[in-house]
Design a protein around this ligand. Structure first.
Ligand code: 6PG
Length: 482
């Protein structure tokens, strides 16, 4: 009997996905560039299963049922291209290559188009959930050649995480790089969620002077509220974790954040598409700022920074902080969905936002109860342009407003950096202001560069120039928007 699917790349994610597929009754053929890795896997974790090894790409191809489905679980970038180049001559028309890495979506666009010319189908799929997700149920976000989906769907939906109603956290996202785009936004939101949690932690630790056990209890309680999520849950575990000397391990970890680039790509795309994705972008910059450790140490000394004590009833502050965190999180998701909407329009992907929320409901790093509410919001209005306008989320934003402002103002007053929570509030203030000061900005542009402006009392699209000083001419520059 031939194999149902081949997987190339036996690092931890690849191995765990293979074991997961095997658990669901699929016969998997496993290949790795180095043969020893194949042997180690077959004699180790894969021992006693139906998994078979392939020591060359030819052997892998020969051992697979047609149309062949070959999933690459290798490092994003050149390695993917190099495997594709080697595989294509060995494949038949209609065969399917799947890239399950964290690939930048323009690469997937390019690969789908190039392989289409050769008659090969290509799927670029986000896979989220880390090692454990891959082993027992990840969130899977596939996009690319739609013809390939019916062949891959049964396997992917079997191995994916399931919601409490047993719906698979995997569905077809859209053409081209849509799957990888949605995974990129997932990661951007992951950056935002993590940053918001760290801001709450710093407010509690430095501002309220709370112990780690107290903070752990707060996160345990928060996890029973609308904030219920994997990231809040692991934060409570982390805060309770003691090093061998009995002290909290988290305080021994150097405060410089790493990043592999998906958050940065999200920010870059937001700038390219003109979407005000402020919270996620702030959280990327917060990681950049954290990495300037030596400069920060010197600057703290230079500026003689004082302790940032927050006075007042601790319990009242903790509840205010919870509300500020929840409201900011709504803004982060609202911005993320705005970005997906713009990308969907620009690329004709026809994204289904309710389905995206469902795919993120389980298995992935940002999984949370909150995503069910997002799904409901898009069920009510599939074209919702701002998540915060949905009645459920609008209610939370309104109820949290006063607490959110107090936390933001206090953080500014005592000097606790909360870039994501404060920028989220600033965004909402801007978004809900019918008249912003951009009129003055337009006047400035016209003053120094004759860039022209539109008038409130004339139809849109009609442009005016004023000779502000009487010295400039009446000639205006041609106007365009980038
Ligand atoms: C996931 C994660 C994963 C990501 C890591 C590391 O969905 O399982 O998003 O894909 O690569 O979380 O990301 P950073 O190194 O950029 O923090």
């Amino acid at each position: 009997m031939k194999g149902d699917i081949g997987v190339i790349g036996l690092a931890v994610m690849g191995q765990n996905l293979i074991l997961n597929m095997n658990d669901h009754g699929y016969k998997v053929v496993a290949h790795n560039r180095t043969a020893e890795k194949v042997d180690e896997f077959l004699q180790g974790p894969a021992k006693g299963t139906n998994i078979v090894g392939a020591y060359s790409l030819q052997e892998l191809v020969d051992k697979l049922e047609s149309p062949r489905k070959i999933m690459l679980m290798v490092r994003a970038g050149d390695v993917v291209d190099s495997f594709i180049d080697k595989l294509v001559p060995l494949l038949d028309k209609g065969d399917i290559i799947i890239d399950g890495g964290n690939t930048n979506f323009p690469d997937t666009n390019r690969r789908v188009a190039a392989l289409k010319e050769k008659g090969i189908h290509f799927i670029g799929s986000g896979v989220s959930g880390g090692e454990e997700g891959a082993r027992f149920g990840p969130s899977i976000m596939p996009g690319g050649s739609p013809e390939a989906w019916p062949f891959v769907k049964p396997i992917f939906q079997a191995i994916s995480a399931k919601t409490e109603n047993d719906e698979p956290c995997c569905d077809w996202v859209g053409n081209d790089g849509a799957g990888h785009f949605v995974k990129m936004v997932h990661n951007g939101i992951e950056y935002g969620d993590m940053q918001l949690i760290t801001e709450a932690y710093q407010f509690m630790k430095d501002g309220l002077g709370m112990t780690h056990d107290e903070m752990q209890s707060v996160f345990i309680e928060w996890n029973k509220t609308e904030l219920n999520s994997y990231l809040v849950e692991i934060t409570s575990d982390i805060l309770g974790y003691k090093d061998t000397d009995g002290e909290p391990l988290v305080e021994k970890i150097l405060d410089t954040a790493g990043q592999k680039g998906t958050g940065k790509w999200t920010g870059i795309n937001a700038l390219d598409m003109g979407i005000p994705l402020t919270l996620i972008t702030e959280s990327v910059f917060a990681r950049c700022l954290s990495s300037l450790k030596d400069q920060r140490v010197e600057a703290e000394e230079l500026f003689g920074k004082k302790e940032s004590i927050v006075e007042g009833d601790k319990q009242v502050w903790i509840e205010a902080l919870r509300q500020a965190l929840l409201a900011s999180k709504i803004i982060s998701y609202a911005q993320g969905f705005m970005l997906m909407r713009e990308a969907s329009n620009e690329n004709c992907w026809d994204l289904n936002y309710g389905n995206v929320a469902l795919m993120w409901r389980g298995g992935c790093i940002i999984r949370s109860a909150f995503l069910s509410n997002i799904r409901d919001a898009y069920d009510i209005d599939p074209e919702l342009s701002f998540l915060g306008s949905d009645s459920y989320f609008k209610g939370i934003l309104e109820n949290s407003m006063s607490a959110w402002r107090k936390v933001a103002a206090k953080s500014m007053e005592v000097g606790i950096p909360m870039p994501s929570m404060t920028s989220a509030l600033t965004f909402l203030d801007g978004y809900t202001t019918a008249r912003l000061p951009a009129n003055l900005l337009q006047a400035q542009r016209d003053y120094f560069g004759a860039h022209t402006y539109e008038r409130v009392d004339k139809p849109k699209g009609e442009f005016f120039h004023t000779n502000w000083t009487g010295k400039g001419g009446d000639v205006s520059s041609t106007t365009y928007n980038s």
